[in-house]
Design a protein around this ligand. Structure first.
Ligand code: ARG
Length: 293
């Protein structure tokens, strides 16, 4: 009698290189505390932050991403966290309006860059921190609130983009932005796949995530604390914190290729891979920044 081989489930993971915006952390420092990771008494090493950030930019280049740069501004030490600079979908940039005054001027700085690249810019009238709290999955925007973005911005994003917006309430101060608690692994319609930390959400939001994404990867507390969920996926490669070991194994089981990056210096500011990365979706290819990555 012959045994019938049971085929492994086909994962069909496919890499689609992204177009992203990054900001070199040459002015990075922790001089104020607006999240529990930040402690101005702990010294930062800016040269090390730049080197770690460069390794992330190099990783993206190796994956074939188009990496664009915005000039850092002296006096804006958190500007490296480009994800917060806006939310760009279908060539339209919805601008950021920061919750804390220390980051306020970043909104207009990013808006100027969007305009210089010919993107359609829609000025926000509600407090929101861009892709820190807005994650696109299929044609649905998962939108975080509770610490930074005001839920009034969720309605504004729905109106500006015409997309379905699902509000999710964050309840743990360490996971103050949605992109610290939830990663989009596959955004393709019909194949949506995410990973998240259940305890970061209130009961209703967790129930909504379970209903929509029954096959989601649930990560451990340790991997979330290493900022493993602060990840960028091209659908096959998942660029994430090198220290999120168990998450790497979970990703492999699901057919992804984890790519570990060490951003320990930027974690002193409460940021990781995704925080340093703003996705530019559907934009006409912006001009390459004169300075080489
Ligand atoms: N220090 C920054 C802040 O507290 C970190 C932002 C991290 N960005 C992100 N997309 N999660 O605002």
């Amino acid at each position: 009698m012959t045994m019938t081989a049971i085929a492994a489930p086909t994962r069909d993971r496919t890499a689609t290189p992204l177009t992203v915006l990054m900001c070199r952390p040459q002015h990075f420092d922790v001089v104020y505390a607006i999240n529990p990771w930040m402690d101005p008494a702990v010294p930062t090493d800016t040269a090390r932050a730049v080197a770690q950030w460069q390794a992330l930019a190099d990783t993206y280049a190796r994956l074939g991403f188009a990496v664009h740069r915005i000039d850092p501004v002296d006096g804006l030490p958190d500007m490296v966290f480009a994800a917060n600079g806006g939310f760009v979908v279908d060539g339209t940039a919805y601008t950021a309006m920061f919750a804390h005054p220390q980051r306020g001027p970043e909104g207009p700085a990013y808006a100027r860059w969007f305009r210089s690249q010919g993107l359609r810019v829609v000025e926000a009238t509600q407090i929101n921190e861009g892709e820190g709290d807005f994650l696109l999955v299929g044609r649905t925007v998962l939108a975080g609130h509770g610490f930074r973005s005001d839920d009034a911005s969720h309605a504004e994003v729905a109106q500006v983009t015409g997309l379905e917006v699902v509000s999710l309430r964050l309840v743990r101060p360490e996971y103050y932005h949605l992109d610290t608690a939830l990663a989009v692994l596959d955004h393709r319609g019909g194949r949506e796949h995410i990973a998240y930390l259940p305890s970061a959400f209130d009961d209703a939001s967790r129930a909504e995530l379970e209903r929509r994404y029954p096959d989601a990867i649930l990560v451990s507390e340790a991997d979330a604390a290493a900022f493993g969920l602060n990840a960028v996926s091209d659908g096959l490669h998942v660029v994430t914190a090198s220290r999120a070991h168990a998450f790497h194994a979970q990703l492999r089981e699901h057919g992804y290729v984890p790519v570990g990056v060490d951003l320990s210096e930027l974690l002193l500011g409460g940021g990781g891979v995704k925080c340093c990365t703003l996705e530019l979706r559907g934009a006409a290819q912006p001009n390459i920044h004169a300075e080489e990555i």
